[in-house]
Design a protein around this ligand. Structure first.
Ligand SMILES: [Zn+2]
Length: 95
C-alpha cells in the first residue's frame, strides 16, 4: 500500500527531471548550431577580416605582410565592404 502511493509520485518527479533535462539539451544544441553556423559563414559580429590602406586605397588579408602597415587603418568585415568603400584588392595577398 505504501509502495503504491510512493511509486506514482516518484515517476512524476522523474518525468519533470527528464523534461528539464531535454530543455537544457535543446538550448545547448541551439547554441551549438548557432556557433557552428556563424563560424561556417564567417559572420561573427564585429569581426575585422581586412585592413585597408587609406593612402593607396588597397586592402589586405590578415596573412599579408602589409596587413598591419602604418596607413592600413581602415577595417572591413568583408571583401565586398572594402570594395564598396572604394578599395581594391592587394596584388600580393590577393584578398
Ligand atoms: Zn596585401
Amino acid at each position: 500500500m505504501e509502495v503504491s502511493k510512493i511509486q506514482p509520485h516518484a515517476t512524476e518527479g522523474e518525468t519533470i527531471m527528464k523534461r528539464k533535462r531535454s530543455r537544457i539539451v535543446l538550448i545547448a544544441a541551439f547554441v551549438l548550431i548557432a556557433l557552428v553556423a556563424s563560424f561556417a559563414t564567417g559572420v561573427v559580429a564585429d569581426q575585422i577580416i581586412y585592413h585597408g590602406n587609406t593612402k593607396s586605397k588597397i586592402f589586405h588579408k590578415p596573412d599579408c605582410r602589409y596587413y598591419n602597415c602604418k596607413a592600413c587603418t581602415a577595417q572591413f568585415s568583408s571583401r565586398q565592404e572594402a570594395i564598396d568603400a572604394g578599395y581594391r584588392p592587394c596584388k600580393i595577398c590577393n584578398p
